[in-house]
Write a protein that binds this ligand. Structure first.
Ligand code: HGA
Length: 607
């Protein structure tokens, strides 16, 4: 959330800064701004709303200069107005910030008492004043930053420009990600390597507590104790093409359709076709000794974790505890020795999940992470890194990252089952064969795109929608409801089918469509009974099932969507597709901003 970029360049930077912001728009889009340094002046341009407003502002009032910083905001403190947009500046200093300065109130009060005037409601502005105070007192930019950083609590990635220095920027990170990029006679700062993709592939990921001075000649990095340190320069691999829409109307649509390929790509790195076994990355501890798994995640990743709970229990007979990260950390969970704590996050930077990871690490748990960004903070702090290979996910509503997470978790469940002697070699081979069939099944599910688009008008007028599922399809019901809420703004709830009669059935009337996820199988009859309870009360049902299920229970439904008949293990991956497509087409029918839904942003780096 919030994207930041800085360039110390050889050529004009304003357009290139905006281009970088465009690549990070998924991180925040409620306002944006740039500040360049030229002729001993800070030249600042900001605009409320989408990035295009900043482009218009810059066309009216250009910001010349070879050095600058820029920001795309997802507001935490203060409304998304121009005066709250970053960069925040004093006469001497301008800065952009990703994160939250948790102690900003006392800092702000003290600054006001010392006569400083504030022009925004943000937490960020205190940092500009604190650094400025030091500079005005005669300290060098380096010494000023060094003096201020230890006074800040919370999370930050910062890029700071100084009025009297048109040859350097200072960056700092604690809790929020920041990378340094190296060009030819130019150096960059960015929230992620993607932002810098067209500028450079040579990247350094700063460590927690690091701060950095960048000049045209390179970067000098210091750790939290102000010791000069060397951090590795790596090839980022991020390509500008990876974040283009191609022929699709929206990133979300493109990402839904990429699923067969990226799930296959992900599975390839976990399944050994030669002996039909599951292979995990090398680790130096014995997974068979694990006696409990604690899964922690947020949002869609949490629902992937819920599916995994069914799998780990069923296949590996491992007890599983699961919680959302923001609750987990503060409820003082009991973490016994021998436990595996498993964290799931697309970005690997989700602040709540990262904090929970550190909590579990301190409590002696073995740490495993399923992340889509292998250079992320979570990846770097894990004992066992299980990457998904979804490629950059730009649509704010997660789709391909979710199915890739499920693919990895299914492989992990099978591996744990083998390790614990719960599954024979033959059974493992059978599981691998089912997983190998997933991409084809995803393609079959995607072939219903047009049909789902055609029925979107049935759901679009609804004020409320319910989703029902049982077993591993219950988290899918939750995920379906979340997708619809996120991008179409229709109120939606997911329930375990059997829970209907314990409350939600009171909501049923003709105006509340009920989407039932029910592959044929052992739980089908039960779900169909719950579906009949809905229908008996005038409820309109959309049944998502396979041919067998639809033949048995499809009559009288508002609509049916036929999925291929698949093994129960891969059903959650396959059934993710129709709920994604339904949410997508309903949002398109309603004319909402699919890729940048209101109030949301991706890569949630604040708690
Ligand atoms: N707290 C700052 C930055 C917000 C942010 O990083 N969001 O992800 C603000 O509200 O402007």
């Amino acid at each position: 959330m919030c994207g930041i970029i800085g360039i110390v360049g050889k050529e004009q930077v304003a357009d290139r800064l905006v281009d970088g912001l465009r690549r990070m728009e998924y991180r925040g889009y409620d306002s944006a701004g740039v500040c360049t340094v030229e002729g001993g002046q800070l030249i600042r341009r900001r605009a409320e709303g989408k990035l295009n407003n900043l482009v218009i502002e810059l066309a009216r009032n250009p910001a010349p200069g070879l050095i600058g910083i820029a920001h795309t905001r997802w507001a935490t403190h203060g409304a998304p107005t121009t005066s709250n947009a970053h960069p925040h500046a004093t006469g001497e200093v301008a800065l952009v910030h990703n994160g939250i300065i948790e102690n900003f109130k006392p800092l702000r009060e003290a600054l006001i008492a010392r006569g400083r005037k504030f022009e925004s409601e943000t937490d960020t502005e205190v940092v500009a004043h604190l650094v400025s105070e030091q500079v005005e007192a005669g300290l060098s930019p380096q010494d000023a930053v060094k003096a201020v950083l230890p006074t800040l609590r919370g999370a930050f990635a910062l890029a700071i420009a100084f009025r009297t220095h048109d040859d350097m920027l200072i960056g700092a990170r604690l809790g929020s990600p920041l990378v340094v990029g190296y060009g030819e006679g130019e150096t960059y700062l960015g929230s992620d390597a993607l932002a810098l993709a067209p500028l450079t592939q040579k990247i350094t990921y700063l460590e927690e507590g690091d701060w950095v001075v960048i000049t045209r000649d390179g970067a000098q990095i210091f750790d939290a104790a102000n010791n000069p340190v060397t951090r590795a320069i790596v090839a980022s691999g991020a390509t500008a093409a990876a974040i283009e829409k191609g022929n699709y109307r929206h990133f979300m649509q493109k990402e839904i359709f990429e699923q067969p390929v990226v799930v296959a790509q992900t599975l390839r790195s976990y399944l050994r076709r030669v002996d039909q076994s599951v292979a995990l990355p090398q680790i130096d501890f014995d997974l068979s000794t694990i006696n409990r798994v604690t899964i922690v995640a947020c949002g869609t990743s949490y629902y992937a974790g819920m599916v995994a709970k069914y799998w780990f229990e069923q296949f590996a007979r491992l007890p599983v505890d699961i919680d959302v990260a923001s609750e987990f950390r503060y409820r003082d969970p009991v973490l016994e020795p021998g436990g595996l704590a498993l964290f799931i996050s697309q970005s690997g930077e989700t602040a709540d999940t990262l904090a929970a990871l550190r909590h579990c690490k301190a409590a002696g748990q073995t740490i495993a992470v399923v992340v889509n960004v292998p250079t992320s903070s979570m990846a770097r702090e894990a004992d066992l890194l299980l990457p998904t290979h979804a490629g950059p996910e730009i649509g704010v509503a997660s789709t391909k990252a979710f199915t890739c997470q499920l693919a990895v978790l299914a492989a992990l469940a099978a591996h744990l089952a083998v390790k614990r002697g719960q599954v024979s070699r033959e059974e493992e081979a059978a599981i691998v064969n089912h997983l190998v069939e997933t991409p084809a099944a995803l393609n079959a599910a995607l072939s219903h795109d047009e049909e789902i688009a055609a029925m979107a008008h049935l759901i679009a007028p609804a004020r409320d929608v319910l989703y029902l599922g049982r077993g591993p399809d219950y988290p899918l019901a939750l995920e379906g409801a979340l997708k619809l809420k996120e991008i179409s703004y229709i109120h939606a709830e997911g329930y375990a089918s059997g829970e209907m009669k314990h409350g939600p059935i009171a909501l049923i009337d003709e105006a509340v469509p009920v989407i039932v996820l029910a592959p044929s199988g052992p739980l089908f009859e039960k779900t169909v009974s719950n579906m009949q309870e809905v229908r008996a009360r005038g409820g309109k049902v959309v049944l998502i099932s396979d041919a067998e299920g639809i033949a048995e229970a499809g009559e009288g439904c508002l609509a049916t969507i036929e999925m291929p008949k698949v093994h129960p293990l891969i059903a959650p991956l396959v059934y993710a597709v129709p709920v994604q497509l339904l949410a997508y087409h309903v949002a398109v029918a309603k004319g909402t901003d699919v890729d940048q839904p209101r109030n949301l942003a991706k890569s949630v780096t604040v708690e």
